[in-house]
Design a protein around this ligand. Structure first.
Ligand SMILES: C[S@@+](CC[C@H](N)C(=O)[O-])C[C@H]1O[C@@H](n2cnc3c(N)ncnc32)[C@H](O)[C@@H]1O
Length: 209
């Protein structure tokens, strides 16, 4: 295993696991998960940090997650969850779920990293049942032009260092382009300089338009 593979497969999942467990991310995570129901498909399941925040109305979790280490780190949480959790895909851009078979798609800070994000959003739309929702919280392109310029400047080196993460994706525009109708519930800058390039959070729901 080369240095880059080791970084992406053995180190990054642990760093992500730590960084997104604490405030300010935690409150956003809780709000997103509270709206999940029934059969949930998670894009970028990671180490399973959402499991403990799902309400009793969630019956099953289907995970799309490429990182083996993240999946291993999720073992204890899955045991504590007590409802079925299975890893159904390693790329959210290609899901084995049938059309209209999922009640809620959840994405928490994952669409920044999925390489074929447009395909992943089209897949999310396809698998959602009529009336189903995509619940999301993502970091992405700031509406502040100065911050957006900084984001575009740092992206060429940030992406390779951070496992393909994009700080400059306009996530709600991508959802709209994929045929989803987006309702933003909360959007805010959660970080001061020098962290503003990473700190524009957007959360809400999206439904097949
Ligand atoms: C920043 S982490 C977020 C993890 C988790 N959702 C959370 O809230 O902590 C992004 C996740 O997306 C996953 N990912 C990367 N490419 C993916 C793909 N093509 N399909 C699904 N997940 C992907 C990464 O392995 C990682 O677990």
């Amino acid at each position: 295993m080369g240095l880059r593979d080791r970084w992406e497969e053995r180190v990054l999942p642990r760093l992500t696991h730590q960084a997104l467990q604490a405030e300010p991310a935690l409150t956003w995570r809780r709000d997103v998960c509270a709206g999940a129901r029934g059969v949930v498909l998670e894009i970028g399941f990671g180490s399973g940090p959402n499991l403990e925040h799902y309400p009793a109305a969630v019956t099953t979790v289907l995970a799309a997650e490429p990182a083996d280490l993240a999946w291993e780190l999720a073992a204890e949480r899955m045991a504590a969850f007590g409802r079925p959790v299975s890893r159904v895909a390693t790329d959210a851009a290609s899901l084995p779920a049938a059309d209209g078979s999922v009640d809620t798609v959840v994405s928490t800070w994952a669409l920044c990293t999925v390489p074929r994000v447009e395909d992943a959003l089209r897949e999310a739309r396809r698998v959602l049942r009529p009336g189903g929702t995509l619940r999301f919280v993502e970091h992405g392109l700031s509406p502040d032009a100065r911050v957006a310029r900084a984001q575009r400047r740092i992206q060429p080196w940030w992406g390779p260092v951070a496992g393909g993460c994009h700080v400059d994706r306009d996530v709600t525009a991508l959802m709209t382009a994929a045929g989803l109708s987006v309702e933003v519930e909360r959007a805010a800058d959660v970080a001061g300089w020098p962290g503003r390039s990473w700190g524009w959070f957007t959360a809400g729901s999206a439904r097949p338009a």
